[in-house]
Design a protein around this ligand. Structure first.
Ligand SMILES: [Zn+2]
Length: 188
């Protein structure tokens, strides 16, 4: 199937100018996430929440809805807060998917069962192609779960630990996404 023509809907977060600027050459990594929320509107609410003294919050740069539409919340030339320890060098891409919602840290509800849509994956591949041309140093791709492997006490039983981050999870089609991407999977 040929990749779709990529339309990026610019939808900057209200605090976008408070995020640190960086040159395009600072980006060598893309991190794949899923929202672990029911829909894009809820993901937007979470992205807009102010969490830090700098007047900013947590978000990816790009969001891909189930219908394949691509939204840019933060330009790639600013540092977004999406992956502990990797923000300065990376672009975060969030796919709308329920993940473990709403019992993220309940040890009895750790399965991620919602499939990613064909439209999402086609848009993601087209977006990766564009990023490769816009960011000359871009070489690596990783899942959030690969980069943040912390375990935390579960919400139902503190004696049982669960993964703080599991996205994009077992439903994510890595082989299809890697094919022809020109990127190397980063497993620290
Ligand atoms: Zn994530």
């Amino acid at each position: 199937m040929p990749l779709p023509v990529l339309h990026i809907h610019d939808a900057p977060l209200p605090y976008v100018r408070k995020l640190e600027e960086r040159p395009a050459s600072a980006v060598d990594l893309v991190v794949i996430h899923c929202t672990e929320l029911p829909d894009l509107a809820t993901a937007r609410e979470y992205g807009e929440k102010l969490l830090y003294a700098s007047g900013t919050g947590n978000s990816g740069h790009f969001y891909i809805d189930r219908d394949g539409r691509v939204y840019r919340y933060v330009p790639g030339t600013r540092v977004a807060n999406h992956t502990r320890g990797y923000n300065e060098r990376s672009i975060g891409i969030e796919l709308v998917n329920r993940g473990r919602y709403p019992d993220w840290l309940d040890s009895r509800h750790q399965a991620m069962t919602e499939p990613y849509t064909a439209a999402q994956i086609a848009s993601l591949r087209a977006l990766l192609g564009k990023l490769r041309s816009d960011y000359p140093e871009l070489r690596y791709i990783a899942g959030h779960e690969d980069l943040d492997t912390a375990m935390v006490p579960s919400s139902n039983d503190p004696a049982v630990k669960v993964h703080r981050k599991l996205d994009p999870g077992p439903m994510f089609p890595w082989a299809e996404v890697m094919q022809g991407s020109g990127l190397e999977r980063l497993h620290p």
